[in-house]
Design a protein around this ligand. Sequence first.
Ligand SMILES: [Zn+2]
Length: 289
Amino acid sequence: MSKKRPVLGVIGGSGLYDVAEIQGKETLELDTPFGPPSAPIVGGTIADQKVYFLARHGQGHRFTPSEVPYRANVHAMKQLGVTHLLSISAVGSLKEEIEPGHLVVPDQIIDRTRGNRPFTFFGDGIVVHVPMASPYCDTFADEVRKAAVASGAVVHDGGTLVVIEGPQFSTRAESFLYRSWDAHLVGMTAMPEARLAREASLCYATLALATDYDCWYEGHDSVTVEGVIAVMKKNIEKARKTLVQLAQTLPQCTCTCQTTVKDAVITSPEAIPEATRARLALLLDEQND
Ligand SMILES: [Zn+2]
């Protein structure tokens, strides 16, 4: 169990590029062993809770889902002492009851990215197998759900998020396929972000903002950028209210996320190359906490 005071990191997706509610803002230019993050990180407080915010797609939305520097983003948050990382993402709905404008806190992920995104911090002489059976921190996800409900939004508890490579939306056959898997949502960025958050021993949760019905729903317009943006603007307001609620209630977790790496390194300590150990020190030093 971690005894650290919680520090909240937020990675905002499409439509969310800053958070007006953050007080005493400072802009931080960080570098990591994996290059710079998508954008400078804005630090400050909401209701005395330390918060760091990063625009996932960069200033002006310049990175495609495939181009986002996921490793740098998660590493930069770790450098700042973040313990709880919240992803806020626009998604398509695969279920009739999840209407555009609804919020979902998913509990599972199916990774349909194409394997071109760097998806681990490790390798180069160190092998680490972290568990992904529950890709999200259940404790943190529950807090996010409660905060979303308190903000007045319609919130769905749990659900499976299919992560596609993008940047194109799904074909209709793909959309039907994901529905046949009983998946609830389709998005483009939760992988490898969730894998990397777990490898960085962070509590991770997603607040998914449903913007459209993908393209499976006969009689509903298929997904377009224009339609997504219109719903997105309304959703962003709900997400920001959720964030303010969450900042007031974020507890010290009783989960095991923050000691993940301790039990996951399989390589003998003496076999780990010094350069690799040095590069990953921030992630490995967690073992000594
Ligand atoms: Zn956790």
